[in-house]
Design a protein around this ligand. Structure first.
Ligand code: URA
Length: 246
């Protein structure tokens, strides 16, 4: 069956669909020996030979992984420029080229999904599919009931209006408050900026769920494959159907 070239490349784990389009525009992609520049080019993975920078790209087995990113790791593959640790070293035993779906800040910990399925990744991130991302935020100060009401109503941040899908106070910890907060979008530093707007600096942030996928009892720094039940639910949550051979 023929698929669009950018879909083929993202499903082969080469790059996200958008990045794949950039590779095509830069003339780095060949199909059957010819450089192609047309983003609409269709290929048959069973027949056509696709190359990127001269390397033949084979369709990969789909891999869906959850990682507990500990604090103080960069969400990027490969080495960092400044010597900081990256999640690469936590997933080095995975042969497929999985990439992180979205990012967590260097000092944020918790659930990160990694996959070589570009279509699923796009949908997990796209606000249109409203997939909730749930965080535990330990903030400075005691969040009052009044402030909680304001937090629930939304606020105008420097890059536009933001409103959580859900917020609750889990407990007070001395002069700090543990809050559970859910957003279905992933703007940079959103949770930290949002709570700081209400005067509560985030001291510690942990993502505990992405849609139906829960961090559960996974230990910091460890990863595991998502199981069939989790994949069925995750695909459904973003309007796709999970078939094990995808
Ligand atoms: N919001 C943040 O502020 N940081 C993260 O890492 C994730 C969400």
């Amino acid at each position: 069956m023929k698929v669009r070239i950018n879909k083929f490349l993202s499903e082969a784990g080469v790059a996200s669909r958008r990045k794949a389009e950039r590779l095509i525009s830069e003339g780095r992609v060949k199909v059957n020996g010819e450089i192609i520049k047309n983003l609409g080019t269709m290929v048959d993975p069973e027949i056509d030979i696709v190359e990127v920078d001269g390397k033949v790209i084979k369709p990969q087995r789909k891999r869906y992984i959850m990682l507990y990113k500990p604090c103080c790791y960069l969400t990027q593959l490969g080495l960092s420029r400044d010597g900081r640790k990256t999640i690469q070293e936590l997933i080095k035993d995975i042969p497929e080229r999985v990439f992180p779906v979205g990012r967590l800040d260097y000092n944020t910990e918790g659930l990160l999904i990694l996959t070589n399925d570009g279509e699923l990744a796009n949908r997990i991130l796209h606000p249109r599919y409203k997939l909730p991302k749930v965080y535990f935020a330990l903030v400075e100060g005691k969040v009052s009931v009044n402030t909680l009401k304001r937090i629930r109503k939304g606020a105008e941040l420097e890059d536009g209006f933001a409103k959580p899908d859900n917020v609750r106070i889990v407990r007070y910890e001395g002069d700090k408050t543990l809050i559970e907060i859910t957003f279905h979008e992933g703007r940079k530093h959103l949770v930290k900026r949002y709570l700081a707007f209400f005067g509560h600096k985030v001291k510690k942030l942990k993502r505990i769920a992405i849609g139906p996928i829960k961090l559960g009892k996974l230990s910091p720094g460890k990863w595991r494959d998502l199981n069939q039940g989790e994949l069925t639910q995750l695909f459904k949550a973003v309007g796709l159907k999970y078939t094990p051979k995808r």
